[in-house]
Structures are given as structure tokens and as C-alpha cells.
Ligand binder design. Structure first.
Ligand SMILES: *[C@@H]1O[C@H](CO)[C@@H](O)[C@H](O)[C@H]1NC(C)=O
Ligand SMILES: *[C@@H]1O[C@H](CO)[C@@H](O)[C@H](O)[C@H]1NC(C)=O
Ligand SMILES: *[C@@H]1O[C@H](CO)[C@@H](O)[C@H](O)[C@H]1NC(C)=O
Length: 217
């Protein structure tokens, strides 16, 4: 079994609070959950607002990301379309990592969607989590610069800052590696009205079995 990371522990603490608020007047000592896979937002979506309040980012991380955002964005008021990239450990993992053949056409498709369906015209793309080798492989100048006001490669100094930045500064969001819990949480904690797009393929073999990721705002 995969080790629980901090995020899972925070989530478990949140779920316990919620269960306490649902199960009134019980003097039971134990609560036995007899399922085997609880990693789905469907178990807590009803409490989305409470979850968002529990996950509110602290002042230290907010100060750091606000400064970073004002440094990179300056006066750029365009719509910020964020593209979450996750590779690293996914290259050895059963989850499918972000790949150029998905990211390039998906970014252009979302750009067209935003223009046509949402009437957004001045759009900047903001990549989050793209390391230098992947950034180079994307051929940004050739593939994206003609379409977007500006293309940013956001490089924050920790995963916590990455998450706070993604949840705070994006107007639309693409999860390009659907097995990434960080990408998913950025979108879930972000603006509740923002459109979220994701890769329907979650595994290298083409299986779409991550039903828990079929999240729509
Ligand atoms: C918005 O986009 C148009 C067309 O791409 C461009 O001419 C204009 O300068 C942009 N406006 C801003 C405020 O960036
Ligand atoms: C980037 O450019 C190189 C050289 O033209 C090309 O071989 C490669 O397929 C391009 N990659 C993408 C993702 O556009
Ligand atoms: C695809 O990979 C996933 C994860 O390793 C596995 O659960 C699933 O059974 C595989 N599907 C097929 C059709 O091989």
C-alpha cells in the first residue's frame, strides 16, 4: 500500500470532523468503514465548502505566492489558463505522466474553447510544474506564443506554494496527468466557477479507470 502523504492525513482529519457532524447522538466508540477504496471526491463533495475552508492556505505561503504572482504577471490582466504538468515519479509509476503529444493539442483546444464558449479573448498560459527539459520539449515559442498574450513557466519554491498558486491565480485549468493528486487539488480548491479540463486517459495502457477523477465544477 502506498504511504499516506500529508495531504491524505489532512483529508482524513477533515473527514473525521465531517462524520462527527453527520452522526449525531451516537455514543459508539468505533466507526467501521467496510469498503476498500475511498479515494474519491464523491465522498466529500457535499462538504466542498467546509473542505475548502479547512484547506485555506496560511499567511506565510500566501505572502510568498502573492509576491511571486506580482513579479511574474506584473500588469498582465489577461485570463490565466493554467496547465498542470506532472512527470518525475510518474515516469516509473503506473500513472500516465504529462506528455507533449497530449499537452500541445490539448492546450490549443482549450484555448479555442475559451474563445468560443466563454468569449474570453486575452488569454495567457501559465505552466505549473514544467521542468526545463519538458519546457524545452514543448517548443513554446512555436506552438503557443502565436495564440497567447504571454506564456509563463511558473517556478515556485515548494509543492505547497505550487498548490496555493494554482488554487489562487488560475481562471481555467488543465490537469495533463490525471493521476496527479496535486493537480486535482489545485483545481478543486480553486475558483469554483473555473472550467477544469483533464486527460481522460490516466494510465499508459489507455485504461480510463480513474472514475474518481471525472470531476466537473
Ligand atoms: C488582447 O488581445 C488582442 C489581440 O490578440 C491584442 O491586440 C491586445 O493587445 C490584447 N490586449 C491586452 C490588454 O493584452
Ligand atoms: C519541437 O520541435 C522539434 C524540432 O522542430 C520537433 O522535432 C518536435 O517534434 C517538436 N515538438 C513538439 C511537441 O512540437
Ligand atoms: C491498465 O493499467 C491499470 C493500472 O496498472 C490496470 O489496473 C488495468 O487493469 C490495466 N488495463 C488493461 C486493459 O490492461
Amino acid at each position: 500500500m502506498k504511504a499516506l502523504n500529508d495531504l491524505h492525513l489532512v483529508l482524513i482529519a477533515a473527514l473525521i470532523q465531517i462524520l462527527k457532524s453527520i452522526i449525531h447522538d451516537s455514543n459508539a466508540t468505533w466507526l467501521l468503514l467496510n469498503g476498500h477504496y475511498y479515494q474519491s471526491y464523491k465522498y466529500f463533495h457535499e462538504f466542498r465548502n467546509e473542505i475548502r475552508a479547512i484547506f485555506e492556505f496560511g499567511p506565510k505561503v500566501m505572502t510568498a505566492i502573492n509576491k511571486y504572482a506580482s513579479d511574474i504577471f506584473g500588469n498582465d490582466k489577461s485570463h490565466k489558463f493554467c496547465v498542470h504538468i506532472r512527470r518525475d515519479d510518474f515516469l516509473q509509476h503506473r500513472n500516465l505522466e504529462s506528455r507533449t503529444y497530449f499537452v500541445v493539442p490539448a492546450v490549443l483546444r482549450v484555448f479555442k474553447f475559451l474563445q468560443r464558449e466563454s468569449g474570453v479573448h486575452n488569454v495567457s498560459a501559465v505552466f505549473i510544474g514544467a521542468k526545463p527539459d519538458f519546457w524545452d520539449a514543448l517548443n513554446v515559442t512555436q506552438n503557443f506564443s502565436p495564440h497567447f498574450d504571454t506564456v509563463y513557466n511558473a517556478r515556485l519554491s515548494s509543492r505547497g506554494e505550487d498548490m496555493a498558486f494554482g488554487a489562487t491565480y488560475c481562471d481555467s485549468f488543465l490537469i495533463s496527468a490525471s493521476g496527479s493528486t496535486f493537480g486535482w487539488w489545485m483545481a478543486y480548491l480553486g475558483n469554483t466557477a473555473m472550467p477544469v479540463f483533464y486527460n481522460g486517459q490516466a494510465f499508459p495502457n489507455g485504461s480510463r479507470t480513474w472514475h474518481c477523477l471525472t470531476y466537473r465544477a
